[in-house]
Design a protein around this ligand. Structure first.
Ligand code: NDP
Ligand code: A1CAB
Length: 268
């Protein structure tokens, strides 16, 4: 069994750590690092996984999961890059950063994998896209899948698609939460108690999501089934179209993709 070290255990790192533990990954095969001692101590107290320095994590683990923000990756790589033996597997969780960014700072031959997961990992419903970078073989991809499959669904994609993936599924939960938040506010506008509006919309979101996944039907067909002639739904849809919601989503996801590219260009 491999030992995984999460270097930079913030929000995403903690979700991966907790998911691995839930999936039965032994705590003595996990290591974490943190920039602030109090963060490390809190994580060890909660999960029983030792917090170590970055250099010790590099020495003791076979898989190094990079969980720092993209803007902090260069500093981390300056610290550990030269010390990473080329037989370790580096798995980047970072948005925007290409695997070449890591390869350039690691000994020649070090395999690098780029992963884009998302916060529904908290409830084992993550969408994780995995790409092989330099020197990563099918075996390395399988190891990354072994780590992320228990957290939800995994998909292999070419690295050239990862910025788009980041815009869609990496950031995606935020878009849905924004919609839910706005619809709950609409319930308040219509005079419903907040708790009632919350329950109505959250269950409608869950029901719609499960139906979308489990029925296998195209979303257009599912929407049409709700939209009665001269009914209520079409009145709402006309307002959404009038306000350019569809175009706004196209622009929003393009902006997220562009920001991923910008992060990469600022990092090199
Ligand atoms: N949040 C999300 O939904 C998603 C995030 N990602 C990616 O995951 C990565 C982490 O994001 P997120 O968890 O949100 O960010 P966080 O800021 O919550 O986590 C990053 C953690 O890394 C720590 N850190 C920074 N530098 C070092 C270092 N040199 N050594 C040890 N620890 C360090 C930070 O410490 P400190 O607490 O002191 O700041 C922080 O706890 C990013 O690259 C992001 O692009 C990918 C998909 C989704
Ligand atoms: O907003 C971000 O940059 C990160 C990456 C994808 C989701 N959150």
């Amino acid at each position: 069994m491999h030992t995984v070290a999460i270097l930079g255990t913030g929000k995403m790192g903690e979700l991966v750590l907790a998911g691995l533990l839930r999936s039965g990954w032994p705590a003595d095969r996990l290591l974490i690092t943190a920039r602030r001692p109090e963060r490390g101590a809190a994580l060890t107290a909660k999960y029983g996984v030792p917090v170590v320095g970055n250099a010790e994590a590099v020495e003791r683990a076979d898989i190094l999961a990079i969980g720092v923000k993209p803007q902090d990756a260069a500093t981390l790589l300056d610290e550990i890059g030269a010390k990473v033996p080329a037989d370790k597997l580096v798995v980047s969780l970072c948005a925007g950063l290409p695997t070449g960014f890591f390869a350039a700072r690691l000994p020649e031959g070090t395999p690098v994998i780029r992963v884009m997961t998302n916060t529904p990992a908290l409830v084992d419903q993550a969408m994780t896209a995995i790409s092989a970078g330099p020197h990563a073989t099918g075996e390395h991809l399988a190891i990354a899948e072994e780590m992320f499959k228990p957290l939800g669904v995994t998909l292999r994609v070419p690295e050239s698609q990862q910025d788009a993936v980041t815009a869609l599924s990496g950031s995606g939960p935020a878009y849905f939460y924004l919609l839910v938040e706005a619809m709950i506010d609409a319930g308040i506008l219509l005079g419903l108690p907040r708790q009632v509006a919350h329950e109505l919309i959250v269950q409608t979101a869950v029901g719609s999501a499960v139906m979308l996944r489990d029925s296998g039907e195209h979303p257009v067909k599912l929407r049409e089934a709700v939209t009665s002639p001269a009914g209520t739904t079409i009145s709402a849809i006309r307002e959404l179209e009038n306000h350019g919601v569809r175009a706004a989503l196209l622009s929003a996801l393009e902006a997220a993709r562009d920001r991923a590219r910008e992060i990469a260009s600022q990092a090199v």
